[in-house]
Design a protein around this ligand. Sequence first.
Ligand code: TA6
Length: 279
Amino acid sequence: MIELKKLSNGFEYLEIQNDFATAKIALQGAHIFEYKRSGEDDLLWLSEVSDFERGKAIRGGVPICWPAFGLNNPELPQHGFARTSLFELVSSSEIDAETTEVKLRLTHSEDTLKLWNYKFELVFKVTISDKLTMELTTINRDEKGFKLTQALHSYFKLSDISNAVVKGLDKKLCFDALTDGNGIQNGDITFNQEFDRVFQKVENELILKDRDKTIKIDNKGSSSVVVWNPWIDKCKRMSAMKDEAYREFVCIESANAFEDFVIVKPQKKHTLKATIEFF
Ligand code: TA6
């Protein structure tokens, strides 16, 4: 089942259901804000006080940061403009009883050209099955090449942050956004304070272990990963987040950030792909 639904304020989203899973994807930002397998709890975290309003980014799920991650491009808003832009539904198909595929697209407009003077086509293909597969393809429709940074800014729901362990980043180079300094990760990541690091040269899969589930993240077309938890103080300052929300999630973001930027030549394309499996 694939259905286009509308909230009373006109905010539109797709509701998807198949034998393996259900998902909800907002047309604004092509934003997956729910993914859960049949009979299981949500696997993505969504803020209880998230906005579902045109022009305001949803807090949680998988925001698409494009064509800039963070403030990598000072001329653009934090995390770019894709997450507050209206995508169009290009196609939706039930591949089989357990697999549904949808494609959403954003193309340049007068508004985007004012912010970022390039013609483009951005296609987000989502495959919903017993795993979540996301493919973000940037096509340069301009005469000039452009540089972009981006991320699939996934919020993973946790039993509690004290149970979370991130594996696969040991000895990786990283930029620490809290100290503005570079360093090398030592061992697995556990959380007992604010954490905001961008890891580079990450070609291997990542594992997130929680009390009663394990998540495997495999990225393609990307060699940078962001790991973030706001902890107590920053959580209080965050928009659309309850004070205790930091306990409930960790962001592990499949990215092209900082040195891992992408140059897309005219009429060429680049795909950032993340495959997320749950055990
Ligand atoms: O990806 C981590 C990060 O850049 C953090 O620094 C934090 O700001 C987070 O993203 C959320 O950003 P947002 O713009 O959604 O409030």
